[in-house]
Design a protein. Structure first.
Length: 106
């Protein structure tokens, strides 16, 4: 959607364990189509509805403050705010932890 502008991303932490990004979606903004290279958790900080476009189709995702959800490595989508209200969430991407024996699902 060429008339929409890019959502606002502010990286808060980016270390060897996690990358934490606060995403703000003023009305009419979007992420652009992208593929996640890491597993991630979304923690909504506002209520609202975001429109999600994937290679498989389109749907709406309801954000409920404090109701976190996860997505796997390889998730491909464009997230769009088609509402009249700003939406926001914190995204926590989970990286491998060297020496811990824990390995993400890459």
């Amino acid at each position: 959607m060429s008339e929409e502008t890019t959502a606002i991303a502010a990286v808060q932490i980016d270390d060897e364990i996690t990358r934490v990004t606060h995403w703000r979606f003023p009305p009419g903004t979007q992420t652009g189509m992208h593929t996640h290279e890491l597993e991630y958790v979304v923690v909504p900080t506002t209520a609202g509805t975001l429109h999600v476009v994937t290679p498989e189709g389109e749907s709406d995702t309801e954000l409920v403050v404090g109701a976190s959800y996860t997505r796997p490595v390889g998730t491909t989508h464009n997230v769009i705010n088609r509402s009249d209200e700003e939406c926001a969430f914190v995204e926590v991407e989970i990286k491998d932890r060297p020496g811990s024996g824990w390995v993400s699902a890459r």
